[in-house]
Design a protein around this ligand. Structure first.
Ligand code: PLP
Length: 397
């Protein structure tokens, strides 16, 4: 394979994963090669390593305006989601066996819920509106005396709908203060200011590889006083909540990436949204091309659209064909959700917002990062302008 330097590429699949910030890779390389001690070791190398973990905890807790002890490092967002839902339910099962989520969650949430259903729990799957937004009123109405946990994602990974998380948190607690509120913020962390305490969030998941840190690291925020049982038992690391030697390089890398992203969040988001809007206006000029979710609606409240995700339906062209035609030009996009592509199955999110059968097969996702440029957007639009008519002719026989 050619190196990044020799191959010109326009990477628009940042919701699947991101390229590491060079600074992150450098710090991690130092940890792998020099400061490689086990944080549990009592000698100098262990102490050095422990310092990285402590500093990362401080950085991430600072961003969330949380306590350092509220953060548990996991191996990924999926593990954080599973720990919140399975560990949260197990700890609270004497209070009730009812959980609430939405129809557009990532499989890391939906499959954990289905697992609980098999164990005798009851799960309510709330619908969303045509833009992919959850109604806080409907969440409140579904909360009962025996509801132990509600899980609503911050930013949808397929269409970029940003849920009214603070309002949902408030409504849940008004109805039942004991009900735990979990937020899957894997796509929102690094793009939005998320303050668990203020938003009444008890449990919050994030993942390193979506924010220019490596794969294999994630975190779960657990509010003080909230009980979650561990998924892993062993040496008792991280207060016994998550046994297993800490991924020190990943932890330090995730904290550094987060610090870099939160340095000028507003400026970065404005630039991302401008690039997204450039793509949207260019692509929707092509005959019959439409954009799904709040980013496609002129009158949707701006805060409901993630600055970096654009879901585009191109009738008359199969998403995979378009994906590969773009790839031939060095442009990387995704068809549906890359994270669930191990099980090719029509997108739950697109179905939940009422997309037609044909639209399900003709939708691609373009997802941006701070590493993208305006010039890349123009090139991508031009590639769509060239390819879509050609591919449509081909598809129509
Ligand atoms: N939740 C959401 C919303 C996601 O988009 C993803 C991955 O795409 C995950 C959870 C899973 O995260 P990870 O890949 O770190 O397991």
């Amino acid at each position: 394979m050619s190196s990044v330097e020799t191959m010109r590429e326009i990477y628009l699949d940042n919701s699947a994963t991101t390229r590491c910030f060079p600074e992150v890779a450098e710090r991690m390389s130092r940890i792998y090669l020099e400061d490689y001690g086990n944080p549990s070791s009592m000698h100098h190398k262990g102490v050095e390593s422990e310092k990285y973990v402590r500093e990362a905890r401080r950085t991430l807790a600072g961003i969330l305006k949380a306590g350092e002890r509220d953060i548990v490092f996991t191996s990924c967002g999926t593990e954080a989601d599973n720990m919140a839902i399975l560990g949260g339910a197990e700890a609270a099962c004497r209070r009730g066996k009812h959980l609430i989520t939405t129809q557009i969650e990532h499989p890391a949430v939906l499959e954990a819920m289905r697992h609980l259903e098999k164990q005798g729990y009851e799960v309510t799957y709330l619908p969303v509106d045509g833009l992919g937004l959850v109604d806080p009123e409907a969440v409140a109405a579904a909360v009962r005396e025996d509801t132990i946990l509600v899980s609503v994602m911050h930013t949808n990974n397929e269409i970029g709908a940003v849920q009214p998380v603070a309002e949902i948190g408030r409504r849940i607690k008004e109805k039942n203060p004991k009900t735990l509120f979990h937020v899957d913020a894997v796509q929102g962390f690094g793009k939005a200011q998320i303050l668990p305490k203020r938003m009444k969030i008890d449990l919050l998941s994030a993942s390193g590889h979506k924010i220019h840190a490596p794969k294999g690291i994630g975190l779960l925020y657990i509010a003080p006083g909230v009980r979650v049982l561990p998924l892993l038992y062993g040496g008792g690391q991280q207060g016994g909540l998550r046994s297993g030697t800490e991924n020190v390089a990943g932890i330090a890398g995730m904290a550094l990436a987060a610090r870099m992203l939160y340095k000028d969040l507003e400026g970065d988001n404005a630039r991302l949204a401008a690039m997204r809007d450039h793509l949207r206006s260019g692509l929707t000029e092509i005959e019959n091309v439409t954009v799904n979710g709040p980013a496609g609606q002129e009158n949707a409240a701006p805060e409901t659209a993630a600055p970096h995700i654009l879901s585009v339906t191109v009738p008359g062209v199969r998403a995979e064909v378009l994906l590969h035609a773009l790839e031939d030009r060095g442009i990387y996009v995704s068809s549906g959700s890359a994270c669930s592509s191990n099980h090719p199955h029509p997108s739950d999110t697109l179905q939940a917002i009422g997309a037609s059968r044909d639209a399900l097969d003709s939708t691609v996702r373009l997802s941006l990062s701070v590493m993208n440029t305006e010039e890349e957007m123009e090139e991508a639009v031009q590639a769509f302008r060239d390819l879509v008519p050609q591919l449509r002719r081909f598809t129509r026989h």
